[in-house]
Design a protein around this ligand. Structure first.
Ligand code: NAD
Ligand code: ZN
Length: 247
């Protein structure tokens, strides 16, 4: 997707695991985060995943089953409403792997870290979608190998090709534009540097202060749950999207 700018203001929504917390999906960090129970370095690391093959698939089977059983919350629905209200002017870019944004009606969604319904063969590079259930370990449909099949989620140490899109979008932001950063600790991608220091008016929406980011870099910080806060931003975003001369 290119980041060409039309005459009208644009909105970028950049989300992390916290957006889906109210849908019952655990985040990585924070209270009850997945990191409390499972060393993520073991199940999300590109240099060790093959030696931890069974643990990796068991971990992502659980994520896939949980995502399939979850429902979009009012935070996802607010983002979908914005995207429908301003066609072609709202970029939704996510670190989430659960597809809840799509299920709320968002389209398109740029996935920076892949998605739990995809599988990827690291040998022949084939990618395919599986059912929202545990992986059946049938192997790669193209080359038939079994031990080369990895969840289609970007692991630590693995290339993330869509990061370029993220940086291009952020670099093209103008003062009339708005960026909403929601539910991310900033530990993987420094949203404070990317959006807080962009030309856009930037909102951070996180459960509480104290992420790994320089929160003072954002134009405004709103603390509380994404499902409560995002719908309340609709009016202000609408004003910025529809009255650019006043931004
Ligand atoms: P993270 O777990 O590092 O941080 C989550 C952030 O969300 C924290 O700052 C926390 O305070 C905030 N938060 C928690 N509940 C919230 C709520 N109800 N409303 C608003 N904010 C809330 O997540 P991250 O920054 O996205 O980075 C880690 C990686 O986690 C990503 O690469 C992503 O792929 C992966 N992940 C995805 C999911 C998912 O798709 N649902 C779940 C777990 C992890
Ligand atoms: Zn293959």
């Amino acid at each position: 997707m290119s980041a060409f700018h039309g005459a009208n203001p644009q909105l970028i929504v950049f989300s992390g695991a916290g957006l889906s917390a109210e849908s019952g999906l655990a985040t990585f960090r924070g209270a009850h985060g997945l990191w409390e129970d499972m060393p993520l370095e073991k199940v999300c690391n590109y240099s060790t995943w093959e030696e931890n093959f069974d643990a990796v698939h068991a971990f992502y089977d659980a994520r896939r089953i949980a995502a399939a059983g979850a429902k979009p919350n009012p935070g996802h629905l607010a983002v979908a409403e914005w995207q429908k209200r301003w066609p072609g002017r709202v970029y939704v870019i996510t670190q989430n792997v659960d597809r809840l944004l799509e299920r709320a009606g968002c389209h398109p969604v740029i996935h920076l870290h892949g998605d739990v319904l995809l599988m990827h063969c690291v040998d022949c590079d084939f990618e395919w979608e599986i059912a929202p259930a545990a992986y059946d370990h049938a192997g790669c449909p193209r080359c038939r190998k079994k031990k080369t099949v990895k969840p289609g989620v970007v692991f630590f140490g693995q290339a993330a090709p869509h990061y370029e899109v993220l940086y291009e979008l952020a670099a093209n932001l103008r003062t009339a534009d708005t960026a909403v950063v929601v539910g991310t600790s900033g530990a993987v991608l420094p949203a404070d540097q990317i959006f807080g220091r962009s030309r856009a008016f930037s909102f951070l929406v996180n459960l509480e202060p104290g992420s790994e980011m320089d929160e003072a870099a954002f134009s405004a910080c709103c603390y509380g749950s994404a499902g409560k806060i995002l719908p309340t931003l609709t009016e202000m975003i609408g004003h910025r999207m529809e009255n650019p001369s006043q931004n």
